[in-house]
Design a binder for this molecule. Structure first.
Ligand code: AMP
Ligand code: GLY
Length: 421
C-alpha cells in the first residue's frame, strides 16, 4: 500500500510549503490535499480549506487520505492528532498530551528530569504563592538566570538575565504574559552555540535527521529583536550525522520512552533546541514539530522517499535504517516584510523571481490580491533556499537568486549560514 498514498498536509506557511514540495516529489504520493491555501503550492495540490478540528477531519474523510502530516504546533496542542487518529487516520504529529512538551516548559522540565536528559537546572514557581515567590527572588539575586513563562507566549516569554537586578525586574513583570506565566521557570544561564536537532519517533523508537541551525535575530551578527527565524541551514558543521545519531539516543530517545511509560506516546518529529556547552549538549526546549525555517533546509536535502518514514512514524512502526539525505548543504534565507517583526506591511507586490538550478523558493506569507498580483501577507514572506555541494555553494545560490524576488521594503540577513547567529 505504501506505493500509493494519499496525503493531507495541515498548515500553510513556509515549513508546510517545503513539506508539500518534498512530498510531491515522492513516487508514493498519488494525491495531496492541503487545508490551508498557499500561493506557492503547485497546481497538483488540492486545496480544501479548513481550520477547525472537525472540519480538518472532514477533509481527511472526503479525500480518503492514508496519512495526515501536521506542520504547526497549535493544532496539535488543540488535539488535532487525537481527533484524526480517533477517526481512523494515521497522524504524523503527536496527540495533545505529548504536545504538552512544547506548550508547557514546566512539563518538559519534569519529563527531562524523569528521563535523565541533560538540561539547565531550573526552579519552577507559582509567583502568586508568597513562599515560592521568595525562593524565586532569592534565585534572581544570584544572577546568571533565565526566566521563562511556562506556557506559549508568542516566542517572547524568555528573558535572559546576567545581573540580579535585571532578573528581579524580569520576575516582577512576568505577569504581562498572563496565563502563560501562571508558572515561571528560573533556569541556570548556559552558554554556547545553539543547534536544532530533529528525531522522527514512532512512539517507541527514534531516528535522527541531520542537524540544523537557525538565525533568530532580525539583523546580521545576532543583533536586533528576536524573530520566528530569519534563515537556517543544514547540516550544522558542529554536529555531523554520526554525532546527531548519538545525541538523539541521549536527548530524544529517553523522552520518547518516558512518554510511552506514561501512556502518551509521541509520534511525529521531536525537535530539541540544544545549547552546546563546554560540558556537552544541553536541551533548552522541545518542540513537537519541524522547525521553521529549518524544515525548508532539511526538505531540500531529503533524498529517499520520505513517505515510508512519515507514515511509519504515524503508524507506530518506523522502518529500519536511516533516511537518506544529500551529502551537501542547504541554506534558506528569509525575505521578511517591512516592519517585521512588530508590524509587517501587507499587500506589497512581490516580483515573481527566478528559481535557477539548485534553488527552490518557499512561500511563507504571500497572497494573491484581487488584481492577481502576488503580494506580502505576513511577516516572513519567502524562504529562498539554495542547495549545493557544500554550505558555501548553497549560500551563494540562495543569495544570487534573492534580488530577483526582492519587494519594496523587504528585510533579509546577509550572513545566513555564515557562522554569526
Ligand atoms: P526557549 O524558548 O526555551 O528555547 O528559549 C529561547 C531562547 O532563549 C533560546 O534560543 C536561547 O537563546 C535562550 N535561552 C533559553 N534557555 C537558556 C539558558 N538556560 N541559558 C541561556 N540562554 C537560554
Ligand atoms: N526555527 C525555530 C522554530 O521553529 O521554533
Amino acid at each position: 500500500m505504501e506505493d500509493r498514498v494519499r496525503v493531507m498536509v495541515v498548515g500553510g506557511g513556509g515549513r508546510e510549503h517545503a513539506l508539500v514540495w518534498r512530498l510531491l516529489r515522492s513516487p508514493s504520493v498519488t494525491h495531496l490535499v492541503a487545508t490551508t491555501p498557499n500561493p506557492g503550492f503547485p497546481e497538483r495540490v488540492h486545496v480544501d480549506p479548513a481550520s477547525e478540528i472537525e472540519a480538518i477531519v472532514a477533509v481527511a474523510r472526503r479525500h480518503e487520505v492514508d496519512l495526515v502530516v501536521v506542520g504547526p504546533e497549535a493544532p496539535l496542542a488543540a488535539g488535532l492528532a487525537d481527533a484524526v487518529e480517533e477517526a481512523g487516520f494515521p497522524c504524523f504529529g503527536p496527540r495533545a498530551a505529548a504536545a504538552a512538551l512544547e506548550t508547557s516548559k514546566a512539563f518538559a522540565k519534569e519529563i527531562m528530569r524523569a528521563a535523565g536528559v541533560p538540561t539547565a537546572t531550573a526552579l519552577v514557581v507559582d509567583p502568586t504563592d508568597p513562599a515560592q515567590l521568595l525562593a524565586a527572588e532569592e534565585r534572581c539575586r544570584r544572577g546568571r538566570v533565565v526566566l521563562k513563562a511556562d506556557g506559549l507566549a508568542a516566542g517572547k516569554g524568555v528573558v535572559v538575565c546576567r545581573e540580579g537586578e535585571e532578573a528581579l525586574e524580569a520576575l516582577r513583570t512576568m505577569s504581562r504574559f498572563g496565563e502563560a506565566a501562571a508558572r515561571v521557570l528560573l533556569e541556570d544561564l548556559l552558554e554556547g552555540p545553539e543547534v536544532s536537532l530533529f528525531a522522527l519517533s514512532d512512539g517507541e523508537r527514534t531516528i535522527a535527521l541531520p542537524s540544523a541551525q537557525d538565525h533568530k535575530t532580525l539583523l546580521d551578527g545576532g543583533r536586533g529583536p528576536n524573530t520566528g527565524g530569519m534563515g537556517a541551514y543544514a547540516p550544522c558543521p558542529l554536529v555531523d550525522r554520526q554525532t546527531a545519531g548519538a545525541w538523539v539516543q541521549q536527548l530524544h530517545q529517553p523522552v520518547v520512552e518516558e512518554l510511552a511509560r506514561r501512556g502518551t506516546p509521541f509520534r511525529g518529529v521531536l525537535f530539541a533546541g540544544l545549547m552546546l556547552t563546554e560540558d556537552g549538549p544541553r536541551v533548552l526546549e522541545y518542540n513537537v514539530r519541524f522547525g521553521d525555517p529549518e524544515c525548508q533546509a532539511l526538505m531540500a536535502l531529503w533524498e529517499d522517499d520520505p513517505v515510508p518514514w512519515l507514515l511509519g512514524a504515524a503508524r507506530g512502526m518506523l522502518p529500519n535504517g536511516e533516511p537518506v539525505f544529500a551529502e551537501g548543504s542547504a541554506c534558506c534565507v528569509v525575505l521578511a516584510s517591512a516592519g517585521y517583526p512588530e508590524t509587517p506591511r501587507k499587500g506589497v507586490p512581490i516580483p515573481r523571481g527566478e528559481e535557477p538550478e539548485g534553488v527552490v523558493v518557499f512561500h511563507a506569507g504571500t497572497a494573491v490580491d484581487p488584481q492577481g498580483r502576488l503580494v506580502t501577507a505576513g511577516g516572513r514572506v519567502l524562504g529562498i533556499t539554495g542547495r549545493g555541494a557544500d554550505l558555501e555553494e548553497a549560500r551563494c545560490r540562495a543569495y544570487a537568486a534573492l534580488p530577483s524576488w526582492a519587494f519594496e521594503g523587504e528585510q533579509h540577513r546577509t550572513d545566513i549560514g555564515g557562522g554569526a547567529r
